[in-house]
Every structure is written in structure tokens, then in C-alpha cells.
Design a protein around this ligand. Structure first.
Ligand SMILES: *Cc1c(COP(=O)(O)O)cnc(C)c1O
Length: 405
């Protein structure tokens, strides 16, 4: 590991990436987090664990996911060549299965009986329910009643997979209330359960641990890209909700100074109106859900309501390592709005035959704008974090007319 990479990548003993991260939780929960940190430190050194995870990545998830040279799109745009890391081809359709399998295996090693989590749009719930079945754990998923009504296919998937879906009826009956409910349930029984956080967020060790489980994306991509082109990519692009798919891709390239990196946040209906989730673009440091990071917050430090056409991106916080990478200037954080994202969704579908998740379409939107500004010899590698099947009904209902569907 190069000196530069080390400085960017490792949290200190208390889980800080520079000023960000750490652990801001009740004392009772801190003891549990310390146990998880210790257990993770053990398995991180355990070749058996890595062997098992590598086996599941290959034979269950279908890794390595390929890199695809988007020739039609590159030709149409002019400028840099666009390549896609195809996380959409993973079993369950996105990158989330990478860290859910890691968390489920960790829970099993720790002797836990059950794995629990909240879910918003249901993507994390489905990936976790899948991992739980495979590893042999019970699975409780907390989900707001409003989201349950909206996300029917994922609700059905979780039930088919045998997860207990627990409707959350308090407050706004959406993601934030589901987080609160899941946290309370966890506090009641932290001994037999493990709370599996869905991104590189939460108290230490989760930002580090989820990042480590996702870094397979970048490790593969680095090798595959060099094999295909003889060089490293000039630019990396990934969407940023909590930031796990972006960290997964970026980590393997942090020490490569020739590689520029872009994290794309959702500017929703526009940065000026408050209907967005551009945390690193407009937020300020604060504490939420047990960790310190950039945060969209009001004057009292309460999290602001957030919005994006991609429900996997509407989170008012962001992984602490991204906050450090922003301050260091190592990664540039940019935005794509709903309109640009929907346009990119159809552009990729109709030039390459790949329907992207709306989250991933944010990364595509930036790449589509950026490519024509670069020389023809340059390259852009986009993390295509997930497939768009989950989004097609919504897109057709909202935008079908404009795009002749
Ligand atoms: C959940 C999700 C995201 C956002 O999560 P990150 O932690 O920021 O990666 C992005 N893409 C897809 C397809 C998702 O399901």
C-alpha cells in the first residue's frame, strides 16, 4: 500500500477519517460496536473468511463483473471513451450484495442468530434477505408503511426470501423512522442480532468494514481495465448516496495520482429549491446516525428533508471517508439533477441496450456531459452500480410520454 493510499484510506483507532467518522452512540451500544470492531479485526486476518467470501462472490454473485466498453455511446458523444463496470450484472442486480454477504458472514462468525436492518426503497432489504438465507440467519427488515406501499416488488421479494418485514407506522413512515425503529430493536437485543448497515455510514467500524467489502469492485476494475487498454483509466465516476459503490470503485485507485475521481450527488429538482440530496455539495459537518460527516441540516443541526428521483440516493448524510476526500480535493463531488438523470437513463438504454438503475443513471449523466470535454485518447470508467428493472414502472408512469414508451 502506497503512503498516499494509506493516508486516505485508513481510519484511526477510533474510526476517524481526518475529522470525520468516529462513534457518537449511547454507551450500551458502544460496547457492542467494540465487539464488532474486534470480531472484524479477527476475520480481516482470517484466510478462511476471505476464501469463503471469494467463493460466494464468484459462484453466487457471479463476480468478477465485466467491464464493458460503451463504444456506441462514446462514438455518439465524441471525446473520451466511456467504460462501464457492470455491477448491474450481479445476482440481485446491484453492488449491495457485496457488503451484505460480508456482513452476514461476520454475523455468522460472531454466533449471531439474526441480522436486522432498515430499508427505504427495499434494495438493501432484498440484498440482506438474500445473504441471510444463504448464510443461514433470520432476517428482520424495518420499513416505513409509506415505502411499503410504494415499493411493492421489493416487498414481495423480501417476503418470498423469508424475511420478516416489520412495518414502521410512526412519524413520516419512511426511511428515517425505519432507522429509528431498527436501532431501538437492536438495542433491545444486541447479543443475538447484528445490525447490518447498508452503506459506508454509521458508527465505526461500519464505514471501514462496508468499504472493505465493496473494494472488490475497484480491485477487479483496476486489473480488468489495464488488461483491456494497457493503462489505468483517466477518470472514475460513481454516484453517491451513502457512498458505498463509489468507495468500492475509488479505493483501489486512491494512490494513483493520474486518476481523477468524480462522485455524483443528486441535485433532484434543483440545488436552490431544497429538493435535492447534495450532501457534500451543500452540507456542513455535523453528527447523524452515530457518525460525523457532511450533513444537510437546519440551523439546529436537525437533518433536512431530502429528495431525489433515485430513492437509493436520498440520504441527508454521507460516508465519512467521502468528507475527508472532499476536503483533501482527492475526489471532486459534482451533481446531476432529475432531468439529466432520466435523459441519461434513456440514452444508455437506447445506445447500448443497458437499462441502468436511476441511482447509476446519475453517474451516467455526469459521464455523458464530461466525455465531450476531454480528448479522444482519454478514458472514463463509470461504476454502473445497479440495473434499472426496479425503476421501469415509475419511469414510464412519470416520463413515458416524453420518451415514447
Ligand atoms: C443503494 C444504491 C445506491 C446508493 O448507495 P451507495 O452506498 O451510495 O452506493 C447506488 N446505486 C444503486 C443501484 C443502489 O441500489
Amino acid at each position: 500500500m502506497s503512503a498516499t493510499l494509506k493516508g486516505y484510506a485508513l481510519p484511526d483507532d477510533r474510526g476517524y477519517f481526518g475529522d470525520y467518522g468516529g462513534s457518537f452512540i449511547p454507551e450500551a451500544l458502544q460496547k457492542i460496536m467494540d465487539d464488532i470492531t474486534a470480531a472484524y479485526a479477527d476475520i480481516r486476518k482470517d484466510p478462511e473468511f476471505h476464501k469463503e467470501l471469494a467463493y460466494l462472490y464468484k459462484h453466487f454473485v457471479g463476480r468478477p463483473s465485466p467491464i464493458f466498453h460503451a463504444r456506441n455511446l462514446s462514438r455518439k458523444l465524441g471525446g473520451a471513451q466511456i467504460y462501464l463496470k457492470r455491477e448491474d450484472l450481479n445476482h440481485t442486480g446491484a453492488h449491495k450484495i457485496n457488503h451484505c454477504l460480508g456482513e452476514a458472514l461476520l454475523a455468522k462468525k460472531m454466533g449471531k442468530k439474526k441480522i436486522i436492518a432498515e430499508t427505504g426503497a427495499g434494495q438493501h432489504g432484498v440484498a440482506l434477505a438474500t445473504a441471510a438465507v444463504l448464510v443461514g440467519l433470520e432476517c428482520d427488515i424495518y420499513m416505513g408503511e409509506v415505502d411499503i406501499a410504494k415499493e411493492h416488488p421489493n416487498v414481495v421479494r423480501m417476503k418470498i426470501l423469508g424475511a420478516n418485514l416489520i412495518p414502521v407506522t410512526r412519524g413520516t413512515k419512511t426511511l428515517k423512522d425505519a432507522v429509528d425503529a431498527a436501532f431501538e430493536a437492536y438495542l433491545e437485543d444486541p447479543v443475538t442480532q447484528l445490525y447490518a448497515i447498508g452503506s459506508v455510514v454509521g458508527p465505526h467500524p461500519f464505514p471501514m468494514m462496508v468499504r472493505d467489502f465493496q473494494q472488490v469492485v475497484g480491485v477487479e476494475a483496476r486489473e480488468q481495465f489495464q488488461e483491456m487498454t494497457g493503462k489505468l483509466p483517466d477518470n472514475l465516476v460513481a454516484c453517491v448516496g451513502g457512498g458505498s459503490n463509489a468507495m468500492g470503485l475509488f479505493t483501489a485507485f486512491l494512490g494513483d495520482e493520474s486518476v481523477s475521481m468524480y462522485g455524483v450527488e443528486p441535485s433532484g429538482r434543483g440545488l436552490s429549491g431544497g429538493e435535492h440530496a447534495a450532501t457534500l455539495t451543500l452540507g456542513k459537518p455535523g453528527v447523524l446516525h452515530g457518525f460525523k460527516s457532511y450533513l444537510l441540516q437546519d440551523e439546529a443541526g436537525e437533518p433536512l428533508p431530502v429528495y431525489s428521483v433515485a430513492s437509493g440516493l436520498d440520504y441527508p448524510g454521507v460516508g465519512p471517508q467521502h468528507s475527508l476526500l472532499k476536503d483533501l480535493g482527492r475526489v471532486r463531488y459534482v451533481t446531476a439533477d432529475d432531468r439529466e438523470t432520466i435523459e441519461a437513463f434513456f440514452t444508455l438504454s437506447r445506445t447500448e441496450g443497458i437499462i441502468p438503475a436511476l441511482e447509476s443513471a446519475h453517474a451516467m449523466a455526469f459521464a455523458i456531459q464530461h466525455a465531450p470535454t476531454l480528448d479522444a485518447g482519454k478514458t472514463i470508467l463509470v461504476n454502473l452500480s445497479g440495473r434499472g428493472d426496479k425503476d421501469i414502472d415509475f419511469v414510464v408512469e412519470q416520463y413515458g410520454k416524453k420518451y415514447n414508451v
